[in-house]
Ligand binder design. Structure first.
Ligand code: GLY
Length: 321
């Protein structure tokens, strides 16, 4: 896969200022380049190929995002989404996901075990129930009613890693690093200019049983407003929830910020409120109604992937200095 790094210098007003920060221009795919697909991290070419196939064959932006996210969910080699995800501290793989479409409809599933594609299940919650969220056993029951089959999601490799972790005396969840990154968030705009998104994770490795992060939460892990744009997140969910990250970004865009500025402002919101921000990661990507892309992270190491004109590139995101 081709890689390109951006080196952009940002000049920011003081954190917490009401004025818009002055930030350099974001990566700007031209309007005519739509569709545009953006996702968190570098999960390889396959998810973006699946999404591109869907969107270029008259699929909606939501079809594309779910097609892409399902590839990541089915990939045993990543340990942060779907099968192969590291379990919680009791050895259970528990998955969270949500979707949101151009009509402002949304669905999410929390704390789901033994169902490979929580992204697709989240869509069914949106489309086939009067609710927005289903959690735990209720979500699994609904999945089975919809024809999903239960399967073991704890791979031998993930189980061995968990067993090693269990031998440690300090009972601490494992923080995210480049190897142990988390969460696929994918947002897209189709040829008609309609936006949607999907977000899926197995959450923080060795978390407490029952813990849920930002990813299935509409407004924290994902938000779409078809008049304005879309945003999604990855990183330590507890802090992203505290600022309602994805919603904050879309509202910033509504108030005039570019997607890049809005992602940067969300990181500044975290760093201004939580002085330990160097100790964890939080990352955001955003897509404007005109196809403009933004991305930013609290700390070094975040990458994101963009497809336009059928070409997929991975970028290093800027981060707070
Ligand atoms: N961002 C994923 C999580 O915190 O669960």
């Amino acid at each position: 896969m081709n890689r390109r790094s951006f080196v952009r210098k940002s000049s920011l007003l003081a954190a917490g200022s009401l004025a818009l920060p002055q930030i350099s221009k974001s990566h700007n795919p031209p309007f005519s380049a739509m569709p545009v697909i953006v996702s968190t991290w570098d999960f390889g070419k396959a998810p973006h190929e699946a999404a591109w196939n869907a969107i270029s064959k008259k699929g909606s932006a939501l079809d594309a995002c779910i097609a892409g996210v399902k590839v990541v969910e089915a990939d045993e080699t990543n340990h942060s989404v779907g099968i192969g995800g590291y379990p919680d501290r009791d050895g259970h793989v528990t998955l969270d996901a949500c979707v949101m479409n151009e009509q402002g409809n949304c669905g999410g599933v929390f704390f789901v075990e033994e169902i490979l594609h929580p992204s697709e299940l989240a869509r069914m919650v949106m489309e086939k129930t009067p609710h927005v969220y289903l959690a735990g056993q209720g979500a699994v029951q609904f999945a089975l009613e919809q024809g999903f089959k239960k399967q073991n999601l704890l791979t031998t490799e993930a189980k061995e890693e968990w067993e090693k972790w269990c031998k440690q005396t300090n009972y601490k969840p494992r923080p995210m690093d480049e190897k142990n990154h988390d969460t696929v968030g994918m947002i897209a705009i189709d040829k008609l200019g309609n936006l949607s998104g999907c977000c899926s994770t197995s959450g923080w490795a060795y978390k407490m049983h029952g813990r849920v992060g930002d990813s299935p939460n509409i407004g924290s892990g994902l938000f779409v407003d078809n008049e304005i744009g879309a945003a999604t997140s990855t990183g330590l969910g507890e802090y992203i929830i505290k600022i309602c990250g994805a919603h904050l970004i879309v509202e910033s865009m509504r108030n005039g910020r570019t997607p890049q500025e809005a992602c940067e402002a969300a990181c500044l919101r975290i760093s201004s409120k939580y002085k330990n921000y160097k100790d964890f990661q939080a990352c955001f990507i955003a897509l404007g109604k005109d196809g403009t892309v933004g991305a930013y992270s609290l700390n070094k190491g975040f990458q994101y992937t963009v497809t336009t004109n059928g070409e997929t590139l991975v970028y290093d995101a800027e981060y707070l200095e």
